[in-house]
Ligand binder design. Structure first.
Ligand SMILES: Cc1cc2nc3c(=O)[nH]c(=O)nc-3n(C[C@H](O)[C@H](O)[C@H](O)COP(=O)(O)O)c2cc1C
Length: 456
């Protein structure tokens, strides 16, 4: 009796659902929360590799109200989740080993709604490691992984596959996987070697949907999905229980809105607010916004965006710079657990003891494309100024935090810095030099506003 009621409840989770597909780098917390806000019923994480999870430590982040799985060797956040998505987030695992998969599943089962095993990834990294699509041709091993999880884990277990050229072979594989007791199966209607430009084999998904008695989640339809109604059409064409959407959501995740898609700028603003609130990394944020902007990256605003390196710089373009700054100050004042607490040895005493009390700060960013030749660079200009005055050359000190850099330049007994964090030491030094030459009046504010170094 218990067995049947559990099975029923598990399958229910995947019935008649619109789902955000697993997408590497895209499916991080802000994108998942936004998709849920717009109407997605379930959201998958990006594929997370089992051994990366295994070396992580679980930290409850009281400031952000999240649970973080952190790599203790370099402080990288492997998986960040929030209570808001607890009943709706499915972690997708990349694995080739039932014991490792089980260990990870035990670690995370109280934090998430379900676990999915990736059996569709055709990338060399996965195939070489016996993961992803490599499992399609090893049905026994694939079933063993699923069954180990189904038998020992209290939350639903699923897998995501691709189809074979031969329908018979596909249904044999599906039957084998279903016999493990999984709660649903996601089917991407392309073979391992097919690419997005190939048509999706909706009829194969339909054939399978009619043959098996667990929910089928149809995937691969983004090319034909422009509106919410197209999601319903795709589900119908595949005779599937649910639909999983990747590229259409990557471009504009308001595709999940029943009332219709929202303007891209609104979506980007909503997305950035969440990136600020969940302290998403600038590089991940930038990657996702780039995927939304696509050809709009060629516009003047797009080009300015491409030069951004910090979250605040990105947010400023959508008028959220001040909100970002305030939130970051708030997080720091609440003593947010960051890399320093997790791996203190990353921050040597020399780096930590950089005095900032007497520094003249300016909010100006170093944007590389603004400088056509080396002599125009802020550091070169400052050196030229020193030579003219016959004073000591400037001295730079740099601190590194969360993979970002900030420099202070000492010139003529005074210290200057830009309060933007940069992606490398070289840029940070140029930023400090820019703040210095701006302070000394060697560059006009008007020029910096015009080339985007100062955002008004
Ligand atoms: C940027 C990107 C990242 C992806 N990462 C994953 C992944 O981590 N795991 C996975 O199973 N599929 C991944 N996929 C494949 C998608 O989940 C999906 O199967 C495929 O894009 C077809 O669906 P669509 O037509 O809705 O785009 C990725 C696709 C894209 C575009």
């Amino acid at each position: 009796m218990t067995y049947f009621s559990t099975m029923y409840r598990n399958e229910e989770l995947y019935k008649s659902k619109n789902i955000l597909a697993p997408m590497v780098r895209v499916g991080t917390l802000p994108m998942r929360i936004l998709s849920l806000k717009y109407g997605a019923d379930l959201v998958y994480t990006e594929e997370l590799i089992d051994w990366k999870f295994l070396k992580s430590i679980r930290v409850e982040n009281k400031t952000l109200q999240t649970v973080d799985y952190i790599d203790p060797t370099d402080g990288t956040i492997i998986f960040r989740t929030s209570g808001i998505e607890k009943e709706k987030v499915i972690v997708q695992l990349g694995t080739c080993d039932p014991n490792r998969a089980l260990k990870v599943a035990k670690m995370i089962e109280k934090d998430v709604a379900g676990i999915d095993i990736n059996m569709g990834c055709p990338k060399e990294f996965s195939l070489k490691g016996g993961m992803g699509a490599a499992l399609l041709t090893q049905p026994e091993k694939a079933k063993n992984i699923l069954k180990t999880l189904v038998d020992n884990i209290s939350i639903p277990i699923t897998c995501k596959i691709r189809v074979f050229q031969c329908i018979e072979e596909t249904i044999n594989l599906v039957n084998e996987l279903v016999s493990s007791g999984i709660s649903a199966i996601a089917i991407h209607g392309r073979t391992k070697v097919e690419r997005p430009q190939h048509s999706n084999r909706n009829e194969v998904i339909k054939f399978i949907s009619n043959k098996i008695n667990i929910p089928v989640i149809a995937n691969g339809g983004s090319r034909e999905i422009e509106t919410y109604d197209d999601i319903l059409k795709f589900r119908e064409l595949c005779g599937a229980s649910s639909v999983m959407i990747a590229r259409a959501a990557e471009a504009n995740c308001s595709i999940f809105c029943k009332e219709g898609k929202k303007p891209l700028d609104d979506v980007i603003s909503d997305y950035l607010k969440l990136c600020i609130e969940y302290d998403n990394s600038p590089s991940n944020t930038k990657y996702c916004v780039q995927n939304m902007l696509k050809e709009l990256q060629e516009t003047p605003r797009g080009k300015k965006f491409l030069e951004c390196q910090t979250l605040e710089q990105i947010c400023a373009i959508w008028n959220l710079g001040e909100y970002c700054r305030q939130k970051q100050i708030e997080f720091q004042s609440k003593g947010m657990i960051g890399r320093r607490e997790v791996c203190p040895d990353m921050f040597s005493p020399v780096r930590k003891k950089l005095r900032t009390d007497d520094v003249t700060e300016h909010k100006c960013a170093f944007i590389r494309v603004n400088y056509m030749s080396d002599p125009e660079l802020p550091k070169s200009k400052l050196i030229a100024h020193c030579n003219k005055l016959k004073t000591k050359p400037p001295k730079y000190e740099t601190i590194c935090k969360d993979k970002l850099f900030r420099s202070i330049v000492t010139f003529d007994g005074k210290r200057y810095s830009s309060n933007y964090w940069e992606k490398n030491k070289r840029f940070a030094e140029q930023g400090a030099a820019l703040a210095c030459i701006y302070s000394l009046g060697l560059v006009e504010k008007k020029e910096l506003v015009e080339n985007g170094s100062i955002l008004e």
